[in-house]
Design a protein around this ligand. Structure first.
Ligand SMILES: Nc1ncnc2c1ncn2[C@@H]1O[C@H](COP(=O)(O)OP(=O)(O)O)[C@@H](O)[C@H]1O
Ligand code: SF4
Ligand SMILES: [Mg+2]
Length: 338
């Protein structure tokens, strides 16, 4: 099957007063129709930049190279007019903060109706019926369409945003941290709702999150990003049997479904500035297993299993790394090497 989205050697630079920051550096991945892909990594790793590129909403100081094909359509360099035709109708988005997505002075219905009218010719009665259907789909009483955004809870606003993304029945939905800032229970409800829509309405999903547990519970394909680069990607083996130390670190930082008593360990330090990223492996300054080779030479992505790649010089030592990574002393740099 041809991928619905084929990203090849994508590079995105932001021009800034301090120089060019390469936010996305040689990123490639496929997303097949009907798949649920999770793009995961800490803040500042280039995830939103990829989302914005797919939606054609990058700011003016961004420069894009490489290729990003939606079906047969090349999205890199596509004109604004053609992109506007694809947006909402083919590719839509659920934004991070639902509060910013709505105007406080109009009812939710007026705003959703406006979104439909702007993109499709549909008689008023049909639009109303569509909005009712969408509200039922996201689990909100259709009579609440008459409410103003401030009358909705945070979770309801985010569900209304999901309804908005579904207005024109797109094929691909990009959700950038759709539950950040919501409490855990609401977060769970929203993610379940997205998953239901993905399964029952056969929507292809690109979910962006910093939370490995969210990816593990929802996605069937995973791309782990660090400092603008893909560190590891594949299917569920990525979190079941990680090969990259960064993936191990991310898995450690979130509660385990099977082992809730496990100690959570976060990776010390922070991702590097993309204005001047470290040479060699970008994770080396934080990696407990780094050697002299790591800071000198960038590891290429290598196959570590069926449909599973990782970029580490020592993928052959992954089994030992997995054991060591469970010990907090490893991340403090005080563990005795194996
Ligand atoms: N408009 C912009 N101008 C300059 N740099 C930007 C801009 N937007 C993002 N960046 C930089 O690009 C990098 C990646 O950002 P982003 O894609 O938002 O990461 P993430 O979504 O993973 O947190 C960061 O270093 C960020 O500072
Ligand atoms: S290449 Fe070296 S620094 Fe990079 S993840 Fe592998 S062991 Fe760590
Ligand atoms: Mg982001």
């Amino acid at each position: 099957m041809e991928p619905i989205l084929q990203v090849r050697n994508l590079r995105i630079d932001y021009k800034t007063a301090a120089g060019d920051a390469r936010a996305v550096d040689d990123v490639s991945f496929n997303l097949h129709a009907g798949e649920y892909l999770g793009l995961v990594g800490e803040s500042g790793c280039g995830k939103s930049t990829i989302a914005k590129a797919v939606l054609g909403i990058l700011p003016g100081n961004a420069r894009v190279g490489g290729s990003m094909k939606y079906g047969e359509t090349e999205l890199v360099g596509i004109g604004g007019e053609r992109m506007r035709k694809l947006r909402w109708a083919e590719i839509s988005m659920v934004p991070q903060s639902a509060m910013n997505g709505f105007d406080p002075v109009y009812t939710v219905e007026q705003q959703l109706d406006e979104a439909i009218s702007a993109h499709a010719r549909m008689p008023a009665a049909q639009r109303r019926a569509r909005l009712h259907e969408l509200f039922q789909m996201v689990g909100i009483e259709p009579r609440r369409l008459k409410d103003y955004p401030h009358q909705f809870s945070g979770g309801m606003r985010q569900r209304a945003m999901i309804a908005m993304a579904m207005v024109l029945d797109p094929k691909l939905i990009v959700a950038d941290e759709p539950t950040t800032g919501l409490d855990v229970i609401v977060q769970d409800q929203i993610l379940q709702r997205i998953r239901k829509i993905h399964l029952e309405h056969n929507k292809t999903m690109l979910l962006i999150t910093h939370d490995m547990a969210v990816v593990a519970e929802n996605c069937d394909r995973i791309v782990v990003m660090y400092a603008g680069k893909v560190m590891e990607s594949g299917r569920e083996q990525v979190f079941r049997q990680p090969f990259h130390p960064y993936t191990l670190g991310l898995c450690n930082a979130f509660p385990d479904l099977d082992d809730r008593d496990r100690e959570l360990i976060s990776i010390p330090g922070a991702p590097p500035s993309l204005l001047d990223p470290p040479g060699g492996c970008r994770f080396a300054p934080r990696c407990p297993f780094a050697t002299e080779l790591c800071s000198r030479q960038a590891p290429p992505l290598v196959e570590v299993g069926p449909d599973h790649v990782a970029a580490c010089h020592y993928v052959d030592r992954a089994a030992a790394f997995r054991e060591l990574a469970k010990d907090p002393a490893t991340w403090r740099g005080t563990a005795v090497p194996a």
